[in-house]
Design a protein around this ligand. Structure first.
Ligand SMILES: Nc1ncnc2c1ncn2[C@@H]1O[C@H](COP(=O)(O)OP(=O)(O)OP(=O)(O)O)[C@@H](O)[C@H]1O
Ligand SMILES: [Mg+2]
Length: 246
């Protein structure tokens, strides 16, 4: 059965979809069977990020409504044969229950090692849907105070769900500023939010899925951390690469 991991954040635009797609690619490169399920209904862009738009015949809502079988929603990535996405092109006109979505994911689960649920930002209905269907969470934040404060609120909300593990991804890290002590380091963010950091991802001028080997390094580390038995320990070792404040 797949590990179902919700990728969430307090603030929008902090890199949830980027993290989902890049982590999925790195895991697929290691032979894992990975599904990225777009839970950002109506504002879905997993398909866009993978360059796979307009390929969906059915989406998650079709499967929930019974218009198709769960496996008919799967779209295989053209380059990585063990990587699939499920789209969510339609806005739910009526309330689609977390239970109904969980049934769809449960039907797909035996075919995968990982299912990433790309959540909308914030703590609205979309967040509840995604968090209810997951067993683990990756909470994405930037080093800014406002993003961290919103992440802390989401972290509190996540305690209301049955999640075995919640870890942080710190994105848009500016190495030089961390070295100078001008911004919080990933280590300090871990302490402030009382959560382990699984990956610290530098801000790149142009971050794309086809990025250079160097740019994909943080995501390779993230994949390693996700595959490691003790993800926390691996996550902590990241700090050696970032230096400390003070
Ligand atoms: N480390 C990074 N360096 C540079 N650009 C990045 C980085 N991470 C993400 N981006 C860019 O930031 C933008 C927002 O990223 P993304 O769509 O992944 O955020 P999101 O949290 O999913 O947003 P939303 O809340 O709208 O769903 C994208 O243009 C993406 O390419
Ligand atoms: Mg997104």
């Amino acid at each position: 059965m797949a590990r179902k991991i919700v990728v969430t954040s307090g603030k929008g635009g902090v890199g949830k979809t980027t993290v989902c797609c890049n982590a999925a690619i790195q895991l697929a490169k290691r032979g894992s069977r990975v599904l990225v399920a777009d839970f950002d209904f109506g504002l879905n862009n997993v398909d866009v990020m993978f360059g796979m738009e307009n390929l969906a015949t059915y989406d998650l809502i079709d499967a929930v409504e019974g218009s198709c079988r769960a496996r008919q929603t799967l779209i295989r990535h053209p380059r990585f044969p063990t990587l699939y996405i499920v789209s969510s092109n339609r806005v739910p006109e009526k309330y689609i229950s977390p239970q109904a979505l969980r049934l769809v994911l449960d039907a797909l689960s035996p075919q995968f090692d990982f299912i990433f649920l790309d959540s909308p930002a914030g703590v609205g209905e979309g967040f509840v849907r995604a968090a209810s269907c997951a067993e683990e969470a990756l909470l994405v934040t930037t080093p800014s105070i406002s993003s961290m404060r919103d992440a802390d609120r989401v972290s509190g909300m996540l305690q209301g769900f049955r999640l075995g593990k919640v870890s942080l991804i710190v994105n848009f890290v500016k190495k030089e500023l961390v070295r100078r002590g001008a911004v919080f380091s990933p280590e300090e963010i871990a302490v402030a939010l009382r959560l382990p950091v699984l990956a610290a991802i530098p801000e790149e001028e142009q971050l794309s899925l086809a990025g250079t080997a160097d740019r994909s390094r943080p995501f390779r580390r993230l994949a390693d951390a996700l595959l490691a038995k003790d993800g926390e320990e691996r996550g902590q070792s990241l700090f050696a690469a970032w230096g400390r404040r003070g």
